[in-house]
Design a protein around this ligand. Structure first.
Ligand code: SF4
Length: 452
């Protein structure tokens, strides 16, 4: 299904759609307020953008440096060219440790690689330990937002779900009560897991360490209790120096949720005695995106979600309408690079207002890339009803006489045609809008009469 079709499903529940819109706007508003408390905010954004430009220009060198340093620190480094290889590497580590149950903190990369179903099909129990992720896992759904995975659900939905899965009191919607029940449930899982999987927010080339940011401390809890830590990292997550972290950590939490800092920014440099750390460096289409000159800087993304919170389309159509692991404006420029046919409707899910570009902490020109993708997709699609009608319109607009005659015919026709024709299924524009009243005369005629 295309984005418009899925969006119209989301809009069936008008009250929930309105609430979704307002909730995300609230987060966007918090981001604005807190960013204004940092006088050098714009300089920080520029600096972050330049650091990432440098990373993309020297990605190979930084990755090799990271591998050398991490290996010297006792971390086992693996390389995966795609999702399949990534999943096989993770499974082989689990098999080596005869591990049948793992805990996992939030990682968009593992969602992208469909790691959960892969491991479950191989007989491994996977427990997502981020509260929002656990909620959507119970529902067998993917996250609908990269930072707020269950933002499409209300307290009532979660109360009903927890009553069914965790046997909480029926009808108790108190967030503190529900969170406490989730903590008790997850603690049991933490205590039983020999292996913990995390994502990676930043890999530091200079030191070979990596940083995982969470608000719930669930990554730390899992990793410290387990014997083996597997960290899954997209190759674009590298940064050159430890001191660059200050720039990104100040931008990340403020852009994501309007907090001054993420609650837990944990650095992993070497395994504790008797334990193992593995890091899997994953390409999965990233080097292809790097080779696309117009789109390569989408790899600067630090996954803060700010472009989703501000986007008038995302807020009003929900994360699932994108049919892609990363939804919203950034997803709409990343996903066509992975599968142009499947995701061809996404670059059109935008007003091109540029709000995403304005809030992006690493200054990705998101709306310009959406516009570029539209042109690529239109070219790739060849001739269709829209391109034919645009060609006809182009011919009419180019010839003043044709424009005059067609205008007169259309004005006359619109006055007499019944609504069943003017608002037929072909007129998708008119689904929720009325055509303007037909003017009695053209502007040209009016001007001739009134120019004196
Ligand atoms: S594109 Fe920019 S605003 Fe959107 S998630 Fe990435 S870093 Fe955040």
């Amino acid at each position: 299904m295309s984005h418009p079709a899925k969006a119209s499903e989301f809009l069936q529940d008008a009250a929930k759609a309105k609430w979704h819109d307002e909730t995300l706007w609230f987060v966007r508003d918090k981001r604005d307020t807190i960013s204004k408390t940092i006088p050098e905010w714009e300089e920080l954004r520029e600096l972050a953008s330049q650091i990432k430009d440098n990373v993309l220009a020297n990605l190979y060198e930084y990755l090799v440096q990271f591998e050398e340093k991490a290996t010297a620190n006792g971390i086992q480094v693996h390389w995966a060219k795609d999702a399949e290889e990534h999943n096989q590497i993770v499974l082989s580590i689990l098999q080596k440790h005869q591990c049948k149950a793992i805990v996992k903190s939030k990682s968009i990369l593992t969602e992208e690689c469909h790691l959960n179903p892969f491991l479950e099909n191989s007989g491994v129990e996977v427990v997502d330990t981020d509260l929002g992720e656990r909620i959507v896992q119970f529902l067998n759904q993917p996250p609908s937002h990269i930072v707020l995975p269950a933002i499409h659900l209300k307290k009532r939905d979660i109360s009903e779900l927890f009553h069914e899965k965790l046997h909480t009191e029926k009808g108790n919607e108190d967030p503190a009560y529900l969170t406490h029940a989730a903590r008790l449930h997850l603690r049991e899982k933490f205590l039983g897991a020999k292996v913990a999987i995390t994502g990676v927010n930043f890999g530091v080339a200079e030191t070979g360490e990596f940083v995982v940011c969470t608000n719930e401390g669930n990554a730390d809890m899992g990793v410290h209790l387990a014997d083996v830590h597997i960290a899954c990292m997209g190759i674009e997550k590298i940064i050159p120096r430890r001191k660059d972290l200050g720039v990104f950590l100040r931008l990340l939490a403020r852009s994501a949720t309007g907090q001054p800092i993420t609650n837990y920014n944990s650095h992993f440099r070497s395994p504790a005695q008797g334990k193992e750390i593995h890091i899997v460096l994953v390409d999965n289409g990233r080097t292809d995106q790097l080779a696309r000159e117009k789109f390569k800087n989408s790899l600067k993304c630090i996954r803060c979600g700010a472009c989703m919170n501000t986007c008038p389309i995302y807020r009003r159509s929900g994360g699932y309408s994108y049919g892609s692991v990363v939804p919203g404006p950034i997803g709409s420029i990343l996903s066509p690079g992975l599968d142009l046919k499947k995701h061809s409707s996404l670059p059109f899910a935008s007003t091109l207002c540029g709000s995403c570009t304005d809030v992006c902490p690493v200054k990705i020109n998101i709306h310009e890339q959406l516009y570029e993708w539209r042109q690529e997709i239109t070219k790739a699609q060849g001739t269709n009803a829209k391109s034919i009608s645009m060609k006809i319109a182009n011919g009419i607009f180019a010839v003043p006489f044709a424009y005059k005659i067609t205008g007169a015919m259309m004005r006359g026709a619109l006055k007499i045609l019944p609504d069943s024709i003017t608002y037929s299924g072909l007129n998708t524009w008119g689904k929720q809008r009325d055509l303007p009243e037909t003017p009695k005369e053209t502007f040209k005629d009016w001007y001739k009469k009134n120019r004196s």
